[in-house]
Design a protein around this ligand. Sequence first.
Ligand code: F6R
Length: 245
Amino acid sequence: MEVIIAKDYEQLSRTGALLIAGQVVRKPHSVLGLATGSTPLGTYRQLVAYYREGLADFSRTQVFNLDEYRGVGGESPCSYQRYMAENLFDHINVSPGNTHIPNGLASDVAAECQRYEQLIKQAGGIDLQLLGLGDNGHIGFNEPNTHFPAATHLVELAPATIAANSRFFTAAAAVPRQAISMGIQTIFQARQIVLLASGASKAKAVKAMLEGPITPAAPASVLQLHSQLTVILDPAAAGLLAGGA
Ligand code: F6R
């Protein structure tokens, strides 16, 4: 495991983007796992810049997103599909057929989860998985729990997640209560994992992830077992670590 404490959000974002661009340069047909939310926005801006400068070519890259809200279609402004289009896919040369997000409108959720797992396997597995970290320690939408959910599955979102994500909706009441998310095993099977966390609201979850016991009550703590994990923090997110930032 490598823990990088960047001097600020800009440096955190550049470091994340360099790791992703490096992966794609090394292996143009890489399979990337990507995240949504506020944290990776700077990384995506930097990746778009690398693409425009001719430094990264995504034409052969495949992308699997971690999750999508249940009951939300790709056209909805709140969907993660729309987020990815607006913040990354529409600005780089990734082929639309090579981008994948769970279908939040699938009528048979169990079949959709199986289909998603199968697609990842057919693609050869994920080379590099980018993660954010919930204030409550979730990765993907694997909420604090009594067990580690293995494969892609339907999630009941925790009240803390609904509250945190209400900023993307008109009101907390408008936030979907469920999502389809890659499971812990799906994430863990990625050959390389890069986790970004920024801001003081993440400090407790960062400490539990890196220094606490490995427990489904702190889902990200399982990443301590991954041999190719890079955690990129800003000083505020690293603030509670032993030795500080
Ligand atoms: C997003 C995801 C979530 C977020 C996490 C942090 O696809 O799966 O785990 O990464 O909730 O979100 P932000 O970055 O908005 O603080």
